[in-house]
Design a protein around this ligand. Structure first.
Ligand code: ADP
Ligand code: MG
Length: 416
């Protein structure tokens, strides 16, 4: 993979500097969601101007950026304007058209590049990549089969009973558990494939998970790599609910293996920017379980939001440094942390009546850091913000997280 992707020489873009045309150093992002907003905050703190391309006039990042280009992601005029304004460009959402990144890359440094984003957007290519570097990374993905044609469906039905029960996942455009159907029998598999519109899919064996974790890696144009320790993630209905980020959040041997694997996956891709690699811990009869790589996101990740408050360098700082060709500081976590995702559900009571969460009570708890993304409408399942709890030790962080979850109307949430 490295062979196909050039390690480009990159002249650093200094914050606050002006280019030969007298334009102040500006960093751009394709996509205006909450990840873009936190990127914009980090870039501005360093002294850059920022430009966001997102069609939504109210997009979380567009509302806080110096420039907001309100066109579709593949609009030629919008992309031209973004390239004109910016010295380097990144992306913040999963399904940004790879073609748009390619167009921008003709005239500007783009990190991550279209090729790697294209791999991460397609589960078939993603798994092929994980398999290709399994010897180096030391981890494999779940047993799976590709289903793109009726013949492949039939072959899986005839020959791959070992993959059932399994999860049928669309190869493209899935996120937060969308585009997935759990199947137990070959009949259910056929029905699920029809339900997913006979789109290109992978059927993955359902594994007995004991935990899930993710690792954030940042890699520069020059190949320099830094990473964060793995965070343990709890999902509810396919959406991240809680992230545990502290020493002892998982067995140390597994944590080391996950971190090394994520770094080698980024290296093998010739990746530039921030990459999040998600892993399963699978029950295999051993003391700590087996590590299996699940998927990767070519950008900062929801599970890394705690780095804003618990680390001296955040995932967004590293995104800025990497794309601008600045050195990558090795991040240091200074406090144990738990992050609670705040979905739109928190703005409704048990009867579906709208309410304002009791922020006074929540923010009266020690070590609470509230981040709201400026979204105007709360809807069930919509990511509205997050709350990070930091403290002097893990026990007190857990105690405060429990109280905060109760105050927010999330009594069933497992924060232990
Ligand atoms: P998404 O792109 O929606 O995050 P994932 O592939 O990560 O999709 O699946 C969402 C969640 O579903 C995972 O975090 C995990 O909890 C569960 N899951 C996915 N694949 C498997 C599997 N093969 N075995 C067991 N659980 C799985
Ligand atoms: Mg996932």
């Amino acid at each position: 993979m490295n062979d196909g992707i050039q390690e480009a020489a990159m002249t650093p873009i200094f914050p606050g500097s002006e280019d030969s045309a007298g334009r102040q150093a500006t960093l751009g992002v394709l996509g205006g969601g909450q990840l873009g907003r936190m990127f914009v905050h980090a870039a501005q703190r360093l002294g850059y101007l920022t430009a966001v391309l997102d069609p939504d006039a109210q997009s979380p990042a567009g509302r806080v950026s110096h420039y907001h280009i309100q066109t579709d992601y593949d609009d030629p005029a919008g992309l031209t304007q973004l390239a004109h304004l910016c010295q380097a460009i990144t992306t913040e959402f999963e399904n940004v058209p790879a073609q748009a990144l390619q167009t921008l890359a003709l005239t500007r440094p783009v990190a991550p590049g279209a090729a790697v984003v294209g791999i991460a957007q397609n589960r078939i290519e993603e798994k092929a990549h994980f398999t290709a570097c399994a010897d180096v990374s030391g981890v494999s993905c779940a047993p799976y089969a590709v289903i793109e044609t009726r013949a492949q469906l039939q072959a899986v039905q005839d020959e791959r009973a070992d993959l059932l029960p399994g999860i049928l996942k669309t190869a493209r455009l899935g996120y937060d558990g969308k585009g997935q159907v759990r199947v137990k029998t070959t009949d259910e598999l056929a029905a699920a494939w029809a339900e997913l519109g006979a789109a290109a899919c992978v059927l993955e064996k359902m594994l007995p998970l004991t935990a899930e974790c993710s690792v954030l890696v940042a890699r520069g144009w020059d190949g320099q790599v830094v990473s964060f320790a793995p965070q343990r993630n709890v999902h509810v209905e396919g959406i991240l609910a809680v992230t545990h980020a502290y020493a002892g959040n998982m067995p140390p041997a597994l944590a080391t293996r996950a971190r090394d694997a994520a770094v080698s996956i980024a290296q093998h891709l010739g990746y530039v920017g921030v990459l999040c690699v998600e892993f399963f811990v699978v029950e295999d009869g051993s003391a700590h379980g087996m590590l299996v790589v699940n998927e990767m996101a070519p950008r900062p990740h929801n599970s890394g939001h705690y780095t804003l408050d618990a680390c001296d360098v955040s995932q967004f700082d590293l995104q800025v440094h990497a794309m601008a060709g600045l050195p990558l500081p090795r991040p240091r976590q200074h406090s144990p942390a738990i992050m609670l995702n705040l979905l739109g559900d928190v703005w409704f009571d048990g009867n579906g009546q709208r309410r304002e969460p009791d922020w006074i009570a929540v923010l009266s708890l020690p070590g609470t850091h509230l981040h709201l993304y400026g979204k105007l409408q709360a809807r069930a399942g919509r990511k509205m913000g997050h709350l990070t709890i930091t403290g002097p030790d893990v026990a007190s962080v857990k105690t405060v997280a429990r109280r905060a979850a109760d105050l927010l109307g999330l009594p069933g949430l497992d924060v232990s």
